[in-house]
Design a protein. Sequence first.
Length: 212
Amino acid sequence: MDIAGKIDYTLLKPDATEKDIVRLCHEAVKYGFAAVCVNPTYLCTAARLLHGTNVAPTTVVGFPLGAVLTESKVQEILAAKAHGAREVDLVMNIGRAKSGDWHVVRRDVELSVQTAQSCGLKIKVIIETALLNPEEKKKAAQIVKEAGADFIKTSTGFFGGAKVEDVEALKEWVSPTVKVKAAGGIRTKEFALELLQAGAERLGTSSGPALL
């Protein structure tokens, strides 16, 4: 199994330096990772370093809480495109989901997906499985699928990590039109393989080289 080609090599720590991002990009090219995911402030750096390679410069939107206004998320997506992104990872409005305000969540996801895809960006929607009960996970998955996102993603990694059972459930709920990305706590090759075998098609991890 080609693990490298399914990895989004990620560095989203608040104290990450530009030197760290340079190293991240060089390692991503060396190992043949699918993407590099960085905070928006470093997107231009990543896009410049990855120009002409198969590694997709990626950034986060509404990160890490998902609680910003939908209009702000739309502007973040447009800015990401302008700064060289090829993919974006969007955090769903988790607080609204927990409140049962699913109409707000739906509008938020739909407008974000429409914006991203209208300017040629792939979009992954993070639902933060660690904070949702089973019913909420299923409802969120339905919204992401109906919105036409490219991926549904388990976690930001800030509030708990990926679980095999969550990947299996999401795969069942969104397949075949939406792919699953697992993220958070993926630090060993064995766990990475478990997640891929459960149905994940991307892995978000800051331990890319270690997995290989």
